[in-house]
Design a protein around this ligand. Structure first.
Ligand SMILES: NC(=O)C[C@H](N)C(=O)O
Length: 324
């Protein structure tokens, strides 16, 4: 028999819709009435860590969740399932991936339809997440996201649709497994990234998206001694409009790490173009190119690296690829 700890944090999976169709968290969490269909095979222990919509999740709350899962490793559980709102699920999943030691399978899930909507996906996602967390193969793969019968790595998965139940996708690579009628199938194994056992967390890492005609204003606004880092979602393969360059240089002069990813949905950022504002110039200036992560995940990685007290050189190595 497997023992699985289920930690609820809120989100649509824990909400209900009213007659007008507005979805809100109620006084009672509908997941508290969940009847497991696993019988004697799986023993569930359930806890409400918090009950908030995921736009209310902060790095501080992510750390609190990590610390609860750390404790679970000494409580004889075989796996952990976290339920979470989907809006920032990928950020919490990646934060846990970067900070938890890889002893236990940890699976995060949520729902796109609330508990009382027709075709609600919450209980199905919860069951498949529990099934995945109780599979020995789920260990050593980093934190997993299970939604709509697919298993994704926390490192790459992203929310791609505002309402569709098939919203979680892994651009470029695809899912690493699926939950089929007869069980869990992994078709790819992944190596975990470096684990940072952080004790506290900074929030002052910003994410800025580049656009045609962009000027220095947004970069100037965060050129403060309290800023610990910036991630830029740059254009195409990794380029910026020329008018941003003096402001980016100012951030670098202030020893603020500046990390660049592409705003494109697929592909990686590289120093390909040698025109003004092109990747070649940005790399020479000291901008760190991060390959394989989207903006919100690169921000989580930078934030974790800064919180772990990494030097500028260590941060550059840590954030440069999704695999480091
Ligand atoms: N489907 C969801 O869970 C979305 C909700 N707004 C949340 O992230 O809390």
């Amino acid at each position: 028999m497997k023992k699985i700890l289920v930690l609820h944090t809120g989100g649509t999976i824990a909400m209900s819709a009213d007659e007008a169709g507005n979805v809100t968290p109620g006084a009672e969490n509908p997941l508290d009435n969940y009847q497991s269909s696993f019988g004697a095979d799986i023993e569930l222990e359930t806890e409400d860590v918090f009950n908030v919509p995921s736009p209310h999740i902060t790095p501080e709350r992510m750390l609190q969740l990590k610390q609860r899962i750390d404790k679970a490793a000494h409580e004889g559980v075989d796996g952990v399932v976290v339920t979470h709102g989907t809006d920032t699920l990928e950020e919490t999943a990646y934060f846990l991936d970067l900070t938890l030691p890889n002893e236990l399978p940890v699976v995060i899930t949520g729902a796109m339809r609330s508990a009382n909507e027709i075709g609600s996906d919450g209980l199905h996602n919860l069951e498949t997440a529990i099934q995945t967390a109780s599979t020995p193969d789920a260990a050593e793969k980093g934190v997993l996201v299970v939604m709509n019968d697919e298993i994704h790595s926390a490192r790459y998965v992203t929310k791609t649709h505002t309402t569709n139940v098939a919203t979680f996708r892994t651009p470029t690579f695809g899912p690493i497994g699926l939950v089929a009628n007869k069980g869990v199938v992994f078709f790819e194994s992944l190596l975990r990234s470096t684990v940072c056992p952080i004790q506290s967390v900074t929030d002052n890492v910003f994410l800025i998206k580049a656009y045609a005609g962009m000027g220095p204003e947004l970069f100037d606004a965060i050129a403060q001694p309290t800023t610990h880092g910036v991630v830029i979602e740059a254009l195409g393969a990794g380029n910026l409009p020329p008018a941003t360059l003096p402001a980016v240089q100012k951030l670098l002069d202030m020893q603020i790490p500046v990390v660049l990813v592409s705003r494109c949905f697929n592909g990686i950022a590289q120093d390909v173009y040698a025109y003004e504002g092109g990747g070649v110039q940005l790399k020479q200036m000291g901008v760190i190119f991060c390959q394989g992560l989207n903006g919100q995940k690169a921000r989580i990685k930078l934030l974790v690296g800064v919180s772990a007290g990494m030097s500028t050189d260590e941060l550059a190595r840590f954030v440069a690829t999704a695999n480091s």
